[in-house]
Design a binder for this molecule. Structure first.
Ligand code: XMP
Length: 314
């Protein structure tokens, strides 16, 4: 009942705010999908949905997102932009710089799309933690989330943020109410795997991280479905630029490190690490080192709560 009211209010607000062509970046994540569905209900074909394939998404994600939008009857334009993202990230290792570059590239891709469709409004799926953690008011900047901190000041569109006051659990509730397929999907950061590849973001390192994330996601989901562990709120892998010695057959090799992260949380503002059983972690470790032979020879598990840690490593 309350959710229905929130949905109606949001659609009404969008209808009165947006009176011309609008554009939205759809990542397939819950926030941007909810924002897109609400905006589509409010303004119909005035809304142009664009999916930017940054080359930083998870395994199979681009195809899944296209399919989900097509099933919802919303047209989605896919822009292939991986090359320019990797090019602009070349040599960059600072996490804040990565976010800013990605935010800027996103906006530039958008400006190009804007000139194609003539949009005057930019709809964004920003939720409360995004701007609170980006230094809203007196708070310190914890992380500049790409949809806030990376936004250049010269954007020539009116920004519309229908989910600005909501927390993740509320957005999830709205997504369920709207029948959105990705409503139970775990959160995924806007800058994608770039913030899970510590150090330089190269296509090869992203590919290793993508594979490790895929293994962690599928294994943990599988064990949770069998009742062997609880399904964490978020669970993934990050690639660390820490090289250690390992052995392959008779040879000693230097490989990088994968850290597995799984947390329980309500809204991402605080979190507790998930006590995944050791047998499951051992299977994940073996699968990662087997799949990424020569690149990764060590897997560690993160047992830090938030605070003092954050959920992502960057
Ligand atoms: P942290 O790592 O700050 O993450 O504890 C809290 C939640 O936010 C996600 N996250 C991001 N989401 N842009 C986003 O849209 C970002 O730059 C970003 N950084 C972290 C993170 O995955 C977790 O769910």
């Amino acid at each position: 009942m309350r959710t229905q009211m929130l949905v109606e209010e949001a659609i009404e607000a969008l209808s009165s705010q947006v009176d011309d062509t609008a554009i939205i970046a759809c990542s397939g994540g819950i926030d941007s999908t909810v924002a897109a569905v609400l905006a589509h209900r409010a303004v119909g074909s005035l809304l142009h949905c664009v999916y930017v394939d940054t080359g930083l998404m998870r395994k199979g994600e681009s195809a899944e997102v296209s399919q989900m939008f097509s099933e919802m009857g919303i047209e989605l334009k896919v822009v292939k932009a991986a090359e320019r993202f990797f090019h602009s990230l070349s040599g960059v290792t600072d996490p804040e710089e990565k976010r800013k570059i990605i935010g800027e590239q996103f906006i530039r891709v958008f400006e190009e799309e804007q000139s194609v469709c003539g949009a005057n409004y930019l709809v964004q799926g920003t939720i409360a933690p995004d701007w609170i953690e980006s230094g809203g008011g007196e708070r310190d900047v914890i992380k500049s989330h790409h949809n806030v901190g990376g936004l250049p000041e010269d954007v020539d569109m009116t920004i519309v943020e229908p989910l600005r006051e909501f927390y993740k659990d509320e957005v999830r509730e709205i997504a369920r109410h709207l029948g959105i397929k990705s409503s139970e999907r775990q959160p995924f950061p806007g800058p994608g795997l770039a913030v899970r590849v510590l150090g330089e973001v190269t296509p090869e390192r992203v590919e290793s991280c993508r594979e490790a994330c895929h293994i962690v996601e599928t294994k943990i989901r599988e064990y949770a479905e069998n009742g062997e562990c609880e399904l964490p709120w978020q669970y993934f892998a990050s690639l660390l630029p820490v090289r250690s010695v390992g052995v392959h057959g008779d040879t000693r090799v230097h490989g990088e490190t994968v850290v597995v992260r799984a947390v329980a949380s309500l809204d991402g503002m605080s979190a507790r690490y998930s006590p995944i059983p050791h047998e499951i972690l051992a299977k994940i470790s073996t699968e990662i080192t087997n799949s990424l032979k020569g690149q990764v020879n060590r897997v560690v598990y993160d047992i830090t709560h938030k605070p003092p840690g954050t959920i992502e490593w960057e």
